[in-house]
Design a protein around this ligand. Structure first.
Ligand SMILES: *Cc1c(COP(=O)(O)O)cnc(C)c1O
Length: 495
């Protein structure tokens, strides 16, 4: 399979090159030239496999350059019992008669990012070998909270890589921050940024396109790469769990092959829901893609009006990993909806850069709306959703998952479409103890780690071992920088 750039479709790269580079030099995102079809036979075969083998099988369709036995090994490393605390890796949990929840937080950092970031370092290491790259990859990450930790957990002590994470100083939960600043490993660095996630992400993108810096780093034996969801090596492992969830439904015996299912995904950078869209393109019987936002509702408006407009206040919410006004992966959807019009994509992205706004044409809008539904909910509704799911089903969800649960309910009420649906559960509630405790009417303990024990006691659910183990860990990283200082932090890190 070859890969092109959303801003230059004449480009052709191998998977190994696309994964190594992360982002195209023209600023575009790498996208496969075709989406392999999943036939009935494939789905039946996949139903008989465990998660590890499903992952190797599906990824193999995009990575012919990689040996199947190597992919199987990567999959065992990524999704084995040392990293995931559930044998199903990404298990489905039935919530009511026609609603399921896809639990994506059984990995080492208790967020769905682990599914991709336990795999990406292995794909990258292999790609470095394949492409004969001898320089060290320096992974720069801007994080809204979960990516940073999951990326470091994946890349810690991986040879020929270093990883530097920037997070918004006041834009992540206390547990998320603790997870990051206590990260172990000789090749990792963490720095807080004065600003919000978009500021950090924009600065990282600028650093990527800085030719002077690129040359300087090259001389020192480094090149920059990305573990953000713009990297194809992150989107690909995410396609797997949508297909796997469908197989699990089939295996319950309550569901017929070919029967449609809707997915509702709590969305920020548009990576997770894009993977679901790609699974649908491969032939997975997906009905509606329901895109759930918090009060940073730029995507809801886009899906409803065809106008993307980031000129609006940025809200810091209790679902911080969705506090994003520039959803990078939307570019891949635009490319697809426009039937590969790279000129159109370039124009849109230029307008977004210059005016913060662009509008798609009528045809694209029709396609967009036939595929997607956009909805959002505010802080109060998020809290209510946590309480309601807890009261009705005895099931504790985190703040991000609550947004999805709520928007799914809104969707069903508004459209009357009660197709069986799966909502993605993207983080463990124990990562956001504070907000979850408040939502269920309890006063959180003063200390953020005490709250983990508190929530555990109240809910009767055991907290993920690694979160509980944060107590007493040494804080290794205390640096804070202005946006303008980020480049210097990169230079210092790579001395
Ligand atoms: C990253 C994240 C999201 C948003 O996912 P995108 O792929 O950026 O749309 C939602 N929930 C949680 C818990 C996250 O960490």
């Amino acid at each position: 399979m070859q890969y092109l750039s959303t801003r230059d479709k004449s480009l052709r790269l191998s998977a190994a090159e696309a994964i190594t580079m992360g982002l195209s030099r023209d600023g575009g995102l790498f996208t496969p030239v075709a989406f392999p079809n999943l036939g009935t036979l494939d789905l039946k075969t996949l139903c008989g496999m465990d998660y590890q083998r499903r992952a190797a099988y599906i990824m193999g369709k995009y990575l012919e350059q990689f040996r199947p036995e190597d992919l199987e090994q990567f999959s065992r490393n990524a999704y084995g019992p040392e990293t995931f605390d559930h044998p199903g890796v990404a298990p489905l949990r039935k919530v009511d008669g026609n609603t399921w929840c896809l639990e994506l937080w059984h990995g080492p950092t208790s967020a769905f990012k682990d599914l991709a970031l336990q795999m990406l370092p292995q794909l990258l290491s292999y790609s470095l070998k394949k492409t004969g790259e001898e320089k060290t990859a320096c992974i720069l990450v801007a994080t809204s909270g979960d990516t940073g930790k999951a990326a470091m957990e994946g890349f810690a002590n991986v040879p020929q890589t270093k990883i530097l994470v920037f997070y918004p100083e006041n834009g992540v939960s206390e547990i998320q921050k603790l997870q990051m600043v206590t990260q172990e490993g000789d090749n990792v660095g963490v720095c807080a940024v004065k600003g919000n996630f978009d500021d950090a992400q924009n600065a990282v993108k600028r650093i990527f396109s800085d030719e002077v810096l690129r040359k300087d780093l090259e001389e020192k034996g480094y090149f920059l790469s990305s573990a953000n969801s713009i990297n194809w090596g992150r989107i690909l492992p995410q396609i797997v769990y949508y297909i796997s969830a469908y197989c699990d439904l089939l295996n319950t015996g309550e569901f017929k092959l070919g029967q449609k299912v809707n997915f509702c995904v709590p969305t920020g950078n548009f990576g997770n829901i894009l993977a679901c869209y790609y699974a649908r393109k491969m032939g997975l019987p997906v009905g509606k893609l329901i895109c759930a936002s918090n009060c940073n509702d730029v995507l809801t408006d886009f899906i409803r009006t065809g106008i993307y407009d980031r000129n609006r206040p940025f809200h810091t919410t209790i679902s911080p990993s969705m506090d994003i006004l520039i959803s990078s992966n939307l570019e891949r959807l635009l490319f697809d909806l426009s039937e590969w019009d790279d000129g159109l994509v370039r124009d849109c992205m230029q307008q977004l850069n210059e005016t913060g706004r662009y509008e798609i044409n009528g045809e694209m809008k029709t396609r967009l709306q036939s595929l997607f539904y956009g909805g959002f909910c505010g802080e109060r509704e998020t809290e209510t959703a946590i309480t309601e799911v807890y009261r009705q089903y005895g099931y504790l969800v985190d703040t991000h998952t609550a947004v999805a649960a709520r928007v799914l309910t809104d969707y069903r009420r508004e459209t009357g479409d009660d197709t069986p649906a799966i909502f993605a559960s993207t983080a463990s509630p124990f990562k956001f103890c504070d907000s979850v405790l408040n939502a269920i009417g309890r006063t959180p303990e003063a200390d953020s780690l005490d709250r983990i024990a508190q929530l555990q006691e109240i809910s009767g659910v055991t907290a993920p071992v690694r979160l509980a183990a944060l107590r007493g860990k040494e804080v290794r990283f205390k640096e804070v920088t202005e946006k303008a200082g980020m480049e210097n932090i990169v230079r210092a890190f790579l001395q």
